[in-house]
Ligand binder design. Structure first.
Ligand code: ZN
Length: 131
């Protein structure tokens, strides 16, 4: 399924970022998903625990998905409207000719880093040695 690949890729990006910044444990990943991407956000919720089950960095972490509205600028009357809600046609002049302004993106909005020492030192060192 499309969502699995997209989510996996996003998490790989997060992992690369975490490694580059010496982040050993995260608490939450926040993704921003445009509603014109064709991604069904609930699919992310479904696949996240499955995908991260054997992925130490993400195991037991949370995923938050923020929906970014799909907005288009009408080429006919310069009206800005919600493309998703109006099914691609300008509500003012009915034109389908438009420029998409937002809603096509998938962004890693935030990585919340684990605070506190519950997952501290030794545990993490052990995991690193296993890799
Ligand atoms: Zn229009």
């Amino acid at each position: 399924m499309h969502e699995v690949g997209v989510l996996k890729h996003a998490l790989e990006t997060v992992e690369a970022f975490a490694q580059a910044n010496n982040i050993a444990q995260i608490a939450k990943v926040v993704l921003e998903v445009g509603e014109l991407t064709g991604i069904i956000p609930t699919m992310f919720d479904t696949f996240y625990p499955i995908l991260t089950e054997d992925w130490p960095l993400f195991k037991g972490t949370q995923l938050e998905v923020i929906i970014r509205p799909g907005r288009g600028l009408c080429s006919g009357c310069r009206n800005m409207y919600n493309v998703f809600k109006h099914e691609g046609a300008c509500p003012a002049c009915k034109s389908r000719d438009k420029t998409i302004v937002s809603g096509m993106e998938l962004l890693i909005k935030e990585i919340v880093i684990e605070s506190g020492d519950e997952h501290g030192g030794e545990n993490l060192r052990d995991q690193e040695e296993c890799v």
